[in-house]
Write a protein that binds this ligand. Structure first.
Ligand code: GTP
Length: 216
């Protein structure tokens, strides 16, 4: 398993210019954007997955893109992970991000109800942008270690995820690396399934036209 933190490209800190190009990824490549309100733990989750460490404080001024490779279900998988920065409550959902990613991790903090409440609109924005297609998404409730400050119950998280048709993981980036890995792998599996289904569909629709007729 290897992680590269060197490729942390950043958009400008102020107004973000679109800098992410949509390039179709292969089955073994997985492009994940981490979206969510300010301070929910987006950076903590990415860094925990990449390095297995919880650092505590992160640079909030920059958006970072990381590369990482791991074996998921026996297959070598190249992850690209975009740790977005939420500006003016946009949860990092800029157009270039929505176009670029294969799948999205929608993160809220269980100690802040507002961060949970924005997720329904965020989900709608993604689906509308991707023209009503089912986009691979995982919902993550972070900071479960802060039980005494909890404002969102696990049942509420499960209910929202069921309503939106997404897998759900509640975890603590600071205390549970296994669940953090599980959340990323779950999204990776959703993305691979989605790509396989799209290919099968395209094969059915266009396959016959693409094939040469056998010569008689
Ligand atoms: N107790 C606890 N604190 C956490 C956890 N995850 C993140 N934090 C803390 O929450 C704060 C925000 O974490 P970040 O990872 O910077 O959050 P972010 O969503 O990337 O923040 P922005 O980039 O500003 O939107 C930091 O002080 C982290 O140490 C967690 O699981 N438990």
């Amino acid at each position: 398993m290897s992680a590269s933190l060197s490729e942390s490209s950043t958009g400008s800190t102020g107004a973000h210019k679109p800098y992410l190009k949509r390039k179709k990824s292969s089955l073994g490549e997985t492009k994940i954007a981490i979206l969510g309100y300010e301070v929910v733990g987006k950076s903590a989750l990415s860094v925990r997955f990449l390095t297995k460490r919880f650092i505590g404080e992160y640079d909030h001024s920059a958006e970072c893109k990381y590369k990482h490779s791991a074996i998921v279900d026996g297959e070598n998988t190249a992850f690209e992970i975009l740790d977005t920065r939420s500006l003016s409550g946009d949860c990092g959902a800029r157009e270039d991000v929505l176009r670029w990613a294969d799948g999205f991790m929608l993160v809220y903090s269980v100690v802040c109800r507002k961060t949970f409440e924005v997720l329904r609109d965020l989900h709608k924005k993604i689906e509308e942008f991707r023209r009503g297609t089912t986009v691979p998404i995982v919902i993550v409730g972070n900071k479960s270690d802060l039980a005494h400050m909890r404002q969102v119950t696990q049942e509420e998280g499960l209910k929202l995820a069921a309503e939106l048709g997404c897998p759900f993981v509640e975890l603590s980036a600071s205390e549970d690396v296994t669940k953090v890995v599980e959340a990323f792998y779950t999204l990776c599996r959703e993305i691979i399934d989605y790509k396989r289904r799209s290919r099968t569909f395209l094969d059915r629709v266009f396959g016959a036209f693409g094939r040469e007729k056998p010569s008689s």
